[in-house]
Design a protein around this ligand. Sequence first.
Ligand code: PGA
Length: 249
Amino acid sequence: MSKIIVGNWKMNPSTLEEAKNIISKTFEVKSKNVSVVIAPPAVFLIPLMQFFKRKKILFGAQNTNYLKEGAHTGEISVSMLRKAGVQYVIAGHSERRAQGESDADVSLKVASILKEKMIPILCIGEKEHDSAGAYLEILQNQLLNSLSGVPTSSFKSIIIAYEPIWAIGKEEKDAMNSRMLHETSIFIRKILNDKFGKLAKGVKIIYGGAVSEDNAYDLVHDGEVDGLLVGHHSLKPTDFKKIIMEVGK
Ligand code: PGA
């Protein structure tokens, strides 16, 4: 399976010019086996897609609303994104869950993203990593509840981003180590297999949380995941380029 890297820019950078600059520099490199998706702030999404039209760069939205239309100030629907040509949508990022988004909301989002034939990047992750393994139960509940309303027929295009909250935004030394990641990715894969059987085979599991150019190789290859979700290092073209090359090795 080819690998996927998602650059989650969160509420950065501050101007469209900066955003163009980061993308131009990042895509000086290409790795055959790696797809790279950029998820910029919503206000830059469409101008960036238009500007880089010929480069065939993949773009994603950081959030969406599962409702179709109506009086929902500040919200953007899934079909608006699809009609604008967006292919990927992040759902249930921990920073959104911290603002009150529940598993039930996330499940509705994932279902509506799939219904529009787009690819959801479903984020799950525990707040604390306890040695007794209680975090595994938290993960299992979060995963199954976030998928509860999702039709299994469209299941294979889902990307699960496992992002332990304790690692997000930290320095690379605070990322999960590749051995622990391997164990957790096997656990996630097992939950999917037990619940959805063969349908879960094509689901990609990626890792996010303090990914840098120095730990990207180990996380992907030793952690045996299908890719990475990169936050702050995806805004630094020199680092992001190295991450892309390391993942593609
Ligand atoms: P980080 O963010 O790479 O800055 O830790 C990852 C994320 O929150 O998606």
